[in-house]
Ligand binder design. Structure first.
Ligand code: B1M
Length: 211
């Protein structure tokens, strides 16, 4: 079987050890780093993302595939940097203040990384001020906020307002999501983007960064 296809298929099965060995083999054989990334790792992650969206695979499958992806990407990172390949865009992500749920947020981060975006993860219980300060200091394209509680999703409004008060509003898009969040809530608080699952969030973020 073609080596890149083997990487993709092993990634989809979450076989991190095999992915690591195959990526190293591809590097040793002199296969172009971008090809290993795009046609091996990202190809596999795209398929998992689509299957997840269609309920053909579930959270644990995505988590183990993402772990395999991360291990493969770690091997490629130094080569990608030295060959001058830039991330397609930069995102900061966090779960809003008062909220400790991070499983969905982590999936969104992994899917975005799988699309070639650089993601800075602020963790959980992140105050609005920290989102804004970090967006300024890291010069990001998107602020991505996750909330799982009806009591904490209102914190997203504070983030939108703080961004409007800063000089970021023309430069940065705000994306929101999480189980209780809806597109009409997004509209009501003036955020830019809403996605209801991790794969859609990654697709929407990539679209913004490439626009
Ligand atoms: Co909590 N919890 N929890 N909890 N918890 C819920 C959310 C709840 C619905 C359970 C229930 O009552 N049925 C309920 C909220 C009710 C409400 O507000 N309407 C609830 C509650 C009440 C609480 C506590 C208050 C309980 C208590 O202490 N009395 C407490 C709050 C703590 C706090 O945050 N301050 C609490 C605590 C916890 C645990 C710590 C035990 C644990 C979290 C562990 C962790 O995350 N590390 C936990 C869990 C696991 C859940 C449930 C069971 C599962 C959540 C989850 O991870 N789902 C949840 C019930 C449920 O959902 N069935 C529940 C899987 C995950 C992949 O989905 O996060 O929705 P989700 O992410 C999806 C999408 O929403 C989307 O993509 C993801 C994948 O497709 N998405 C985005 C998420 N973020 C996005 C951002 C985007 C775009 C898409 O753009 C930026």
């Amino acid at each position: 079987m073609d080596l890149l296809r083997e990487i993709s298929e092993n990634l989809q099965k979450g076989r991190a050890k095999d992915v690591k060995e195959l990526v190293q083999k591809a590097i040793d054989e002199g296969i172009d780093v971008n090809k290993i990334l795009e046609e091996g790792l990202l190809h596999g992650m795209d398929i998992i993302g689509a299957k997840f969206k269609n309920n053909e695979v579930y959270v644990p499958d995505v988590l183990i595939a993402a772990r395999a992806m991360n291990i493969g990407t770690e091997l490629l990172k130094p080569l990608l940097v030295s060959s001058g390949v830039k991330a397609k865009g930069k995102v900061i992500i966090g779960t809003v203040k008062g909220d400790l749920h991070d499983i969905g947020k982590n999936l969104v981060r992994m899917m975005m990384e799988g699309k070639g975006l650089e993601v800075i993860d602020l963790g959980v219980d992140v105050p609005a001020e920290k989102f804004v300060e970090s967006a300024i200091s890291n010069d990001v394209d998107i602020i991505a906020c996750s909330a799982l509680l009806t009591t904490t999703m209102t914190e997203m409004k504070n983030i939108v307002e703080k961004v409007k008060q800063s000089d970021l509003s023309d430069k940065v898009k705000i994306m929101i999501g999480g189980a209780p969040v809806t597109d009409s809530f997004r509209e009501s608080i003036g955020a830019d983007l809403y996605a209801d699952d991790a794969a859609s969030a990654a697709d929407a973020a990539l679209e913004v960064c490439l626009a």
